[in-house]
Every structure is written in structure tokens, then in C-alpha cells.
Design a protein around this ligand. Sequence first.
Ligand code: SAH
Length: 208
Amino acid sequence: MRVRMVEEQIISRGITDTDVIKALKNVPRHAFVPSELQQFAYEDRPLPIGYNQTISQPYIVAYMTELLNLSPKDKVLEIGTGSGYQAAILAEVAKEVYTIEIVKPLGTQATHTLDSLGYENVYCKIGDGYHGWEEHQPYDAIMLTAAPESIPEPLINQLKEGGSIIAPIKTGFHQQLIIYHKKNGKLRSKQLIAVRFVPFTREANKQK
Ligand code: SAH
């Protein structure tokens, strides 16, 4: 099912980066979704993971990863661990992944899933991703998987010169996926596609 997912949803829609394709083939997406939804794990859609949050659609995961143009030497920061699936994909193509989740039970669950699959290059933290993860900066790339209205200032400061940030940005009722490149300390942005992510919040959603 996973091989078919990669052929029908990833390659046929224009993802060409061979490392990203390999990562989508390797990572068992079903291990990141609640057991009652495992039968849908390779379908072309996001799935609920509890606490009003979702695991992103496989194509969007591949698309965002490809656009960061990562190398095996890179250190990446992800905001919004959720299920941990995107972190695992990043861990397949980069050297180290630092990921932050604001909803404690989701962060704990994701840590267990990533540990049980043997990902030793993913570091999880529970907290508000607004502040980034100062201790391990600077990052070659930063990915947000929840939508703020603008990129938090601490994240810009923790990005290397020449590095990229990819994020869904909320404008009114809509969201645009935007890629930013840091040049001379400032971000230059390029709009990509319309997307739908969960909101970036400053306080954890406590409802299961
Ligand atoms: N990358 C995830 C997708 C998770 S959805 C995956 O592959 O499954 C986005 C996640 O961002 C949610 O779990 C939500 O709780 C989290 N989030 C929202 N605002 C946040 C913030 N300020 N800091 C950290 N995580 C946040």
C-alpha cells in the first residue's frame, strides 16, 4: 500500500527528489496514526490524531520536505510534532531533527513512536514553538506544520544565513504555503499553494 501511495500520490504529482521519495517509501505512516484509523493510513488525506489535530496528507509532507532541499549534513527545526510522521520523514533526509509540540500527550506519544521505530536523530520537546529551540540553533531549515499569521521572530533569529523556512501562513480565512530564504539577516518570501493546516496556537488544546 505504501509503494502504491508513493507512486500514485507522490511521484505522479511531480515530486522528483529521490531522497524524499525514498523517505516516503521507508517510513511506516500507519505507525503514526491511531490504531482504529490504520486501515486509512495510505489514503490521500490528512487523518485525525486526537486533540483536534491531524497528521498531514502524504503529498503535502513530501512537497514541503522537497522544497527545503535538505542535505544529510543539515539540522532542521520542526514546529508542530503532532504524530511525529513529518519528523521521521525529515530524519530520513537530514542529519538531525529538533521538533516541538505544544500538546503534551501528542508530544509524548510521538516520542514513543519515533523511539520504537529507532529514530535516534530526532529530538522532541514539549512547549510553545514560538520561541524555537535556542540551545541547538542555528538551523539550516525550519518547517512549521501549524499556521501562524506571520513567522515568529525567534525562529528567524535561529535560522542560518542562507537557510529556508517553509510554513502555512494564515491570511483571513485562507492559508498560503510560503517558503522564505534568509539573506543578510532578512527573509525573502515566495508564495506556493493554498493549504489547510491546524492553527498555530500559544496555548495547548486540552480537549481530546
Ligand atoms: N507534523 C505533524 C502535523 C501535526 S498538526 C505530523 O506529521 O503529524 C500541527 C501540530 O502543531 C499540532 O499537533 C498542534 O498541537 C501543534 N502546534 C500548534 N501550535 C503550536 C505551537 N505554538 N508550538 C508547538 N506546536 C504547536
